[in-house]
Design a protein around this ligand. Structure first.
Ligand SMILES: NC(=O)c1ccc[n+]([C@@H]2O[C@H](COP(=O)([O-])OP(=O)(O)OC[C@H]3O[C@@H](n4cnc5c(N)ncnc54)[C@H](OP(=O)(O)O)[C@@H]3O)[C@@H](O)[C@H]2O)c1
Ligand SMILES: *[C@@H]1O[C@H](CO)[C@@H](O)[C@H](O)[C@H]1NC(C)=O
Ligand SMILES: *[C@@H]1O[C@H](CO)[C@@H](O)[C@H](O)[C@H]1NC(C)=O
Length: 182
C-alpha cells in the first residue's frame, strides 16, 4: 500500500520534471503573431519574444507605434497595421502573414489587442460603451482567430487569448441590478 503510494508520487514527480525540462527549439523558424503591440503587454511581449529569437509578426493600430517597435528591434520583427474591428484590415493582415510564413504556418497567435471599460459608475454607461467593448474584445478576437486558424493548424500552433474580466464583471453587475429592481 505505502509502496504503491510512493511509486505513484515518484511517477508524478518524474512526469513533472520531464514536462518542465521540455523547451521549445528552432525559435528562428517559429512565427508568432501578436495583436495590439502599440503599447502595454503586447508591446512588451513582442520585444521579449524577439529577444529570445522568435520571428515576431507584430500588429499595431498606429504607424507611429509600429515604427517605434521596429526602431527598437531587428528585422526578425516585422509590423503590420491592423484594426481588429475591420474585416478588410484582418483579411489584409492575414495575406501579409501568409506571404511570410509560407508552408511553415503560424506557430503562435496571441490575441492581445483590447480596450478597457471606462472607469465610471455603471449609471453613466450607455449601450454604445458595451457594444464598443464587445466589438473589440470579443468579436475582433473571434474574427482574427477564424482568419488565422488555417495557418495555425498548419504549424500545429498555439493560440493565447489575453482578456479581461472587467467588462464581464460590469455586465454581471448590470444584470444583478436589473434583477434586484424587478
Ligand atoms: N493592464 C492591466 O492591468 C489589465 C488588467 C486586466 C485586464 N486588462 C485587459 O488586457 C487588455 C490589454 O491590456 P494592456 O494594459 O496591455 O492594454 P493597452 O496598453 O491599452 O494595450 C491594448 C492594445 O490594443 C490596441 N488596440 C485597441 N483597440 C484596437 C483595435 N480595434 N484593433 C487593434 N488594436 C487595438 C491598443 O492600441 P492603441 O494603444 O493604439 O490604442 C494597444 O496597443 C485590455 O483588454 C484590458 O482590459 C488589462
Ligand atoms: C525611428 O528611428 C528614426 C531614425 O533613427 C527616427 O528618425 C524616428 O523618429 C524614429 N521613430 C520613432 C517613432 O521613434
Ligand atoms: C481564443 O479565442 C478564439 C476566438 O473566440 C477561440 O476560438 C479559441 O478557442 C480561444 N483560445 C483559447 C486558448 O482560449
Amino acid at each position: 500500500m505505502w509502496l504503491c503510494l510512493a511509486v505513484l508520487v515518484g511517477l508524478y514527480y518524474l512526469l513533472r520534471w520531464y514536462r518542465e525540462k521540455q523547451v521549445v527549439s528552432h525559435l528562428q523558424d517559429k512565427f508568432v503573431f501578436i495583436t495590439g503591440c502599440d503599447s502595454g503587454f503586447g508591446n512588451l511581449l513582442a520585444r521579449q519574444l524577439h529577444l529570445r529569437g522568435f520571428r515576431v509578426l507584430a500588429t499595431c493600430l498606429t504607424e507611429q507605434g509600429a515604427e517605434q517597435l521596429r526602431n527598437q528591434t531587428s528585422d526578425r520583427l516585422e509590423t503590420v497595421i491592423l484594426d481588429i474591428t475591420k474585416t478588410e484590415s484582418i483579411a489584409a493582415a492575414t495575406e501579409w502573414v501568409k506571404e511570410r510564413v509560407g508552408d511553415r504556418g503560424l506557430w503562435g497567435l496571441v490575441n492581445k489587442a483590447g480596450i478597457s471599460m471606462p472607469t465610471t459608475p455603471n449609471e453613466w454607461l450607455t449601450k454604445q460603451n458595451f457594444m464598443k467593448i464587445l466589438d473589440v474584445n470579443l468579436l475582433g478576437v473571434i474574427e482574427v482567430a477564424l482568419s488565422l486558424l488555417p495557418l495555425v493548424r498548419k504549424a500545429r500552433g498555439h493560440v493565447v487569448n489575453v482578456s479581461s474580466v472587467g467588462p464581464g464583471v460590469s455586465l454581471w453587475w448590470e444584470l444583478l441590478h436589473v434583477q434586484v429592481q424587478c
